[in-house]
Design a protein around this ligand. Structure first.
Ligand SMILES: [Zn+2]
Length: 249
């Protein structure tokens, strides 16, 4: 209990500290208690979609109920670049400069950042994984497209070593000279696709989701390092409300 309390106090301090730096952060949302997911819509009128939208994320992906479809290949044109690792009080987020692009069919979207959740927000047939990464892309006309990678416990992940071995404290950041986001991806690029939302306030919908089917390995120690900062920053799964999840061949 003591640890949970200490964590909440840190989160609160971080929210106060960040102040108006992030417009959608002025209400003290989190993952438990009065600021928890079931209260997000009440915390700020800007968060109305958290309750009102019928297309919320994350979702439980049931393989047997997903529809096989000739989905376009995910073409990751990612480049190695500098990176800024930020602990924003809700997660650890890695901001990247322009240059890495995801092409899905005719649509190109720039990779802006990726961040982590523990446990995974997406589930496969009800199963959670110890962690996930959400790679957030934006098209030229402002639409968001997220690629989710689930992490399972296994060998140390060399690509994530510079990030997970030196996680910044809440409200802090540190720069990495060279990081290649392509190294985060599994070799199998088949994926589930559906329309969803941001999984954090303001829960805006209209977000295109691509969840890679093959998990990537991270070590027990790497999971522990992230979970020491964020033992639980996953929104519960949301109803599909008639949405069909497609799966690529
Ligand atoms: Zn996320």
């Amino acid at each position: 209990m003591k640890r949970v309390f200490a964590f909440s106090a840190t989160l609160l301090a971080t929210c106060v500290m960040l102040g108006n730096a992030q417009a959608d952060d002025h209400a003290h949302w989190g993952y438990e208690g009065a600021g928890g997911p079931e209260h997000w819509a009440e915390l700020d009128p800007a968060n109305a979609a958290c309750r009102a939208s019928q297309q919320q994320s994350p979702v439980d992906i049931k393989a047997g109920e997903s529809q096989r479809a000739a989905l376009p290949t995910l073409d990751f044109d990612y480049k190695s670049s500098s990176a800024d690792v930020v602990n924003n009080g809700h997660t650890v987020q890695v901001n990247l400069p322009a240059g890495s692009v995801l092409k899905v069919g005719d649509v190109s979207a720039e990779l802006l950042q990726f961040h982590f959740h523990a446990p995974s927000e997406e589930r496969f047939d009800g199963k959670t994984y110890p962690m996930d990464a959400h790679l957030v892309h934006k098209t030229a006309d402002g639409k968001l497209s997220v690629v989710a990678v689930l992490f399972e416990e296994g060998n140390e992940n060399q690509a994530l070593k510079p990030i997970l071995s030196a996680l910044p404290a809440a409200g802090k950041n540190h720069a990495i000279e060279a990081f290649d986001p392509a190294l985060l991806l599994p070799s199998d690029r088949t994926y589930y696709r559906f329309m969803g939302s941001l999984t954090t306030p303001p829960c805006s919908d209209g977000v295109s989701w691509q969840v890679l089917r093959q998990p990537v390995e991270v070590s027990k120690e790497q999971i522990a390092a992230f979970r020491a900062l964020y033992p639980m920053n996953a929104r519960p799964v949301q109803p599909l409300n008639g949405r069909v999840i497609e799966v690529s061949h």
